[in-house]
Design a protein around this ligand. Structure first.
Ligand code: NAP
Ligand code: GLV
Length: 309
C-alpha cells in the first residue's frame, strides 16, 4: 500500500513524518516520483501539475491537502473514476474560524480607519455601532461557514447565511439559491465569502453584488480569488459603496508586485493563509479515511465533481 505526496517541500516532509508515525504500514513517496506508477494506491496533493494524476493506473483515492478541490477539478485529465476527497478536519476549521472572527471584528471595530488615523497621527473617536445592529452574512454554509457563524454568535451580531440548498440553523437567517441572494445581501453589513470555486460561484463578488449591499458594507473573501472581480472591488471601495475589504485569496497568487491592492488604504490582505492544513493534525483524517477504504467501508467527504465541490 503506497501513497504519493505532492505539496510544497516543507509541508511534504511534515506529511511524510506524520503519516509514517500514524500509519507505518503505508509506504510514502514524495513527488517527483520515478518509481513504478502502478505501485501508487493513494495520492495526497495540493496543486499537482495538470495531467499528473492520470499517470497512476491503480489510484484508489485522491486526497486534497486543502478543503478546496478547484486545483483538482480544473485538471481536464483528472482520472474520471477515482474518488476525490476534500480536507475536513478540526484544525483547518478552527484556523478559518479564527481568521473570520478576527476579520469581522476588525471591520466592526473600524480598525482600517484607526490604522489610517494612526498613519496621519489623528486622535479621534469613531462612534461605535452595537454588534446587534449589524448583520454578518456568510456566503457558503458548509463545514467552514457554519463553524464561523456558530462562534460569531457569542458577539451578538445578527447572522445570515446563503447556500445552494435550503438550510435551517439556529440563530441564523438562512437564504438559498439565486432567488434568495438579493434579500440576503440587502441586510448584510459584513459579507464573508466561504464558497467553493465552481462555474456558478466564479466572479460572484462583482459590481452588481456590491451595489445590493447596504452602503458602507465590508467584504471578507476567504473563498477563492476567482470569485472576486478585483477591479469592481476597487471601484466599490473608491466610491464608498464598500467601507473596506479583507482579502486572503487572489486571482493570481502570489499577488503581482504592481497590483493596486498592495497600496489600497481600504484593503487588508494576507497571502492565502486564512487557514493552513497542519499535517500533524490533519493526518488523522487522511489515515482514518484510508483505513475505512481498506476495510471495505465508504470514504468520507468525497466531492461531487459534476457539482464542483
Ligand atoms: P463545503 O463544506 O463544501 O461547503 C460549501 C458551501 O458552499 C455549501 O454550503 C454549499 O451549499 C455552498 N455553495 C456551493 N455552491 C453554491 C452556489 N452556487 N450557491 C450557493 N451556495 C453554494 O466547503 P467548506 O469546507 O466549508 O470550504 C469552503 C471553501 O473555503 C473551500 O472550497 C475553499 O475554496 C475555501 N477555503 C479557503 C481557505 C483559505 O485559506 N483561504 C482554507 C480552506 C478553505 P450547500 O450546503 O447547499 O451544498
Ligand atoms: C485552502 O485554501 C484550502 O482549500 O484548504
Amino acid at each position: 500500500m503506497a501513497l504519493l505526496i505532492k505539496t510544497d517541500i516543507d509541508r511534504g516532509n511534515a506529511w511524510t513524518e506524520a503519516l509514517n508515525a500514524h500509519y507505518p504500514e503505508l509506504k510514502t513517496y514524495t513527488w517527483p516520483y520515478d518509481g513504478d506508477p502502478a505501485k501508487i494506491d493513494y495520492a495526497l496533493v495540493w496543486q499537482p501539475p495538470k495531467g499528473e494524476l492520470k499517470r497512476y493506473p491503480n489510484l484508489r483515492a485522491i486526497f486534497s491537502v486543502g478543503a478546496g478541490i478547484d486545483h483538482l477539478a480544473s485538471d481536464p485529465e483528472l482520472p474520471p473514476n477515482v474518488p476525490v476527497v476534500r480536507m475536513v478536519e478540526p484544525g483547518l476549521t478552527a484556523g478559518m474560524t479564527q481568521y473570520v472572527v478576527l476579520s469581522v471584528l476588525n471591520h466592526h471595530r473600524f480598525m482600517l480607519d484607526y490604522a489610517a488615523q494612526r498613519r496621519a497621527k489623528v486622535w479621534e473617536e469613531i462612534p461605535q455601532i452595537a454588534a446587534e445592529a449589524r448583520q454578518v452574512g456568510m456566503l457558503g454554509l458548509g463545514v467552514l461557514g457554519r463553524d464561523a457563524l456558530e462562534k460569531l454568535r457569542a458577539f451578538d451580531f445578527k447572522l445570515a447565511g446563503w447556500s445552494r440548498s435550503p438550510k435551517s440553523i439556529t440563530g441564523v437567517t438562512c437564504f438559498h439559491g439565486p432567488a434568495g441572494l438579493d434579500e440576503f445581501l440587502a441586510g448584510t453589513d459584513i459579507l464573508v465569502c466561504l464558497l467553493p470555486l465552481t462555474a456558478e460561484t466564479a466572479d460572484l463578488l462583482n459590481r452588481d453584488l456590491f451595489a445590493k449591499l447596504p452602503a458602507g458594507a465590508a467584504v471578507i473573501n476567504v473563498g477563492r480569488g476567482g470569485q472576486l472581480v478585483e477591479e469592481d472591488l476597487i471601484e466599490a471601495l473608491d466610491s464608498g459603496q464598500l467601507s473596506g475589504a479583507t482579502l486572503d485569496v487572489f486571482r493570481q497568487e502570489p499577488l503581482p508586485e504592481d497590483h493596486p491592492f498592495w497600496e489600497h488604504p481600504r484593503v487588508f490582505m494576507t497571502p492565502h493563509i486564512a487557514s493552513m492544513t497542519i499535517p500533524s493534525s490533519a493526518v488523522r483524517a487522511v489515515v482514518a479515511n484510508i483505513q475505512r477504504l481498506e476495510a471495505g467501508e465508504a470514504l468520507q467527504h468525497v466531492v461531487d465533481l459534476k457539482r464542483g465541490y
